[in-house]
Design a protein around this ligand. Structure first.
Ligand SMILES: [Mn+2]
Length: 355
């Protein structure tokens, strides 16, 4: 198991690599290029420059989050073939710089959705929350609120230039239902997985966040059966999963521990996002501190499901709250993610020593 933290690069992230290096037990960062348009080939020299910088700080970079999928691939229009060729080239470039895992998602329009970016907890810390009443507003209103409450930081998957045309994007997806989206994902995977096998990279799909339809958009990676379908659609270890405990748990009917155990056993979980969420009522929730008593998930059971089934992939504490006066990109402060990483490492050490 390799503990990592996400890092948004020298321009986008105000947290220095040197600080991440000082978090005990964190061996690497999960990186990405943020100055390449979605759909374009990632130039090898830019990937190498990023990797060199990370390595220079004494950290590894073996996971990319994310190489985003162009909408034309999700929509299944003719121009997708060129974008898929570009994606294959990016995979080859990443492999040459020793990348092992590519996290991606196949969600139309939004990579994730929260309704409150500065939800205040009883201890005064700030976190992200999702409340259904706030999503029943108009689409434009919801998008505007999220973008305005990002503390001035670009939000991953919420590129303002893309979301400025959100109504246009929605119109394009009007004829894409779950079935069509599944076909388009399989078309993409059948093209890229052979390249991954050849160069030794694993794809790892992030589940839908939240794992149910919002604004009438199709959703296909929501639960155990969807993950089973994905694994069978292209039966290769290179066709894997980023298991995000928070996203999966946002649907209370999902059994997070069983899902973790099954897909770890099946060797398909290459990357784990481990965070806790607190269900407020029905499907409303906020992202809590990582410790079990603060959320609705039992984090010992989460780590045990990974550990006891032979997990040897990458893990990161996913999001954190803002504490000790820190501000920045919502979910990605240093302090609470560092606390989360160390709590998870503590649970792991106990599991290892009890073996
Ligand atoms: Mn996640």
């Amino acid at each position: 198991m390799q503990m990592t933290m996400r890092w948004f690069g020298p321009v986008e992230d105000k947290i220095p690599l040197e600080h991440i290096r000082q978090v005990p037990g964190v061996e690497g960062v999960v990186g990405a290029l943020y100055d390449v348009s979605v759909g374009d080939v990632w130039p090898k020299d830019k990937i190498k420059a990023l990797a060199d910088q990370v390595h220079g700080a004494g950290l590894k970079m073996e996971v990319i989050e994310s190489v985003n999928i162009h909408d034309d691939i999700k929509l299944g229009v003719a121009s997708r073939d060129q974008y898929i060729e570009n994606y294959k080239q990016t995979i080859r470039h990443l492999a040459e710089i020793s990348i092992k895992v590519i996290c991606y998602n196949f969600m139309p329009v939004f990579d994730w959705m929260k309704t409150d970016m500065n939800y205040v907890l009883p201890d005064g810390s700030l976190t992200m929350a999702f409340e259904k009443k706030d999503i029943d507003k108009s689409l434009d209103e919801v998008v505007k609120e999220v973008l305005e409450n990002s503390n001035g930081f670009a939000l991953p998957g919420w590129e303002p230039e893309r979301l400025a045309k959100v109504q246009e994007l929605f119109a394009k997806y009007k004829d894409v239902d779950d079935e069509k989206l599944r076909e388009n994902l399989v078309y993409f995977l059948k093209a890229v997985i052979p390249v991954c096998e050849e160069v030794g990279i694993k794809m790892a799909i992030h589940p839908d966040d939240p794992p149910y339809s919002i604004f009438g958009l199709p959703r296909i990676i929501k639960n155990r059966d969807d993950l089973d379908w994905l694994c069978n659609a292209v039966d290769s270890e290179a066709n894997g999963i980023t298991l995000c405990t928070g996203s999966i748990a946002e649907e209370p009917a999902n059994d997070v521990y069983d899902i973790l155990a099954e897909f770890t056993r099946r060797k398909r979980i290459h990357f784990a996002h481990v965070r806790n969420i607190k269900i407020i009522k029905d499907k409303d929730f906020y992202e809590s501190a990582h410790l079990s008593p603060y959320g609705s998930l039992d984090m010992f059971k989460v780590m045990k499901a990974l550990h006891d089934n032979g997990f040897d992939g990458y893990i990161r504490p996913d999001h954190g709250r803002f504490i000790w006066g820190e501000t920045g990109r919502p979910g990605y402060g240093l302090y609470d993610r560092a606390l989360g990483a160390n709590y998870l490492l503590g649970l792991w050490e106990a599991l290892e020593k009890q073996r």
